[in-house]
Design a protein around this ligand. Structure first.
Ligand code: 2GW
Ligand code: MN
Length: 299
């Protein structure tokens, strides 16, 4: 705690005096100016949230893309997700790949209610297209598949592993995640697209947060709207021979500036150990797997 009275309040709250959880983080922002919670360890009770979610019978889908050599990341991703992701809740893993034979789903045994669905997609020559076309694919499958099977979608990068709990506390109509590299940095230094001709353009005096391309989600209908916007914006730019500086991430940031997320995930949910472990980071729930860029990125 910051002072003795905070410390006392905390211990009182956890004793018998008051039944409610007390939000005790004073080192980080726990709410946006538009009153969406920012999710950090210590700001919620997972027991209450699990009970609520269970009563409503929510279903969660995860989308992950493993194109070309990126199939090597799937095993670690799934195995650690089974340890930490939405434990005790139904989950559909939607694995999009061009190498359906690379992933032997039978090697991972999933408990009832959790399953892997492998979906074949074309691979693009340019890696920028591999990354950006995820928006189009998620949009299309939202309409033709996800909407019939799940309530929420969690759309993430595959070059990652879970190392601590990620549960229903992240779920909301529309959520984005604070990029670990730009957390706490000045708005002017955010790597938004700065070309006014681009659909992803954000001027230097605008922008709430810098959100990460590798972790967003929400209700299927909201994810449909987000991915539809991003894909169409990319196509409009492409006609003008423009490609935003950080590809899909730039368009995502533009969308979330105008359609404010109803929850924001702290960098606990998307960390890279090359940034060290700052004091505010009490948990590292989902971390980047170091990759040999030359080896993995060249076909
Ligand atoms: C190949 C060469 C160079 C870069 C990416 C790829 C590649 C990516 C690939 O051969 N196969 C593949 O399946 N991918 C998918 O795209 C995979 O799901 C991967 O996690 C995702 C993004 O590529 P990644 O993880 O190598 O790039 P990061 O970690 O720098 O991603 C951030 O920036 C991207 C835009 O440049 C995206 O916004 C991404 O969501 C961000 O996390
Ligand atoms: Mn990545």
């Amino acid at each position: 705690g910051c002072c003795t009275s905070c410390a006392r309040m905390t211990s009182l709250a956890f004793s018998t005096v008051h039944p409610f959880w007390v939000i005790v983080r004073n080192d980080v922002m726990v709410m946006t100016p538009w009153l969406s919670p920012i999710i950090w360890n210590g700001t919620y009770s997972i027991d209450i949230l699990n009970e609520q979610f269970h009563k409503r019978g929510g279903r969660v889908g995860v989308t992950v893309f493993a194109i070309k050599k990126y199939t090597v990341f799937l095993k670690m991703f799934i195995e650690t997700a089974e340890q930490f992701f939405m434990v005790g809740h139904p989950v559909n893993y939607y694995i999009f790949t061009d190498r359906v034979n690379d992933f032997n789903g039978s090697s991972v045994v999933l408990p009832e209610g959790r399953k892997i669905i492998v979906l074949e997609v074309p691979s693009y020559e340019r890696w920028q297209d591999v990354s950006m076309r995820r928006m189009e694919t998620i949009r299309d499958y939202s309409q033709k598949l996800f909407v019939n099977e799940v309530d929420y979608l969690v759309c993430v990068d595959v070059d990652m592993k879970f190392s601590d709990d990620v549960g229903v506390e992240i779920l909301s109509d529309l959520f984005g995640t604070l990029h670990p590299g730009l957390y706490g940095k000045a708005r002017e230094s955010f790597t938004y697209e700065r070309n006014p001709q681009s659909e992803a353009y954000i001027p230097t005096d605008k922008g709430d947060f810098y959100y990460a391309g590798g972790y967003f989600g929400g209700k299927v209908e909201e994810v449909y709207k987000l991915t539809n916007f991003c894909h169409n914006a990319m196509l409009t730019d492409k006609k003008k021979n423009i490609e935003a500086v950080w590809h899909d991430e730039s368009y995502l940031n533009k969308y979330l500036l105008h359609y404010k997320p109803t929850k924001v995930l702290s960098p606990e949910y998307l960390w890279d150990n090359s940034f060290g472990v700052p004091g505010f980071l009490r948990r590292r729930r989902f971390v980047a797997v170091p990759k040999n860029h030359n080896e993995i990125r060249n076909k």
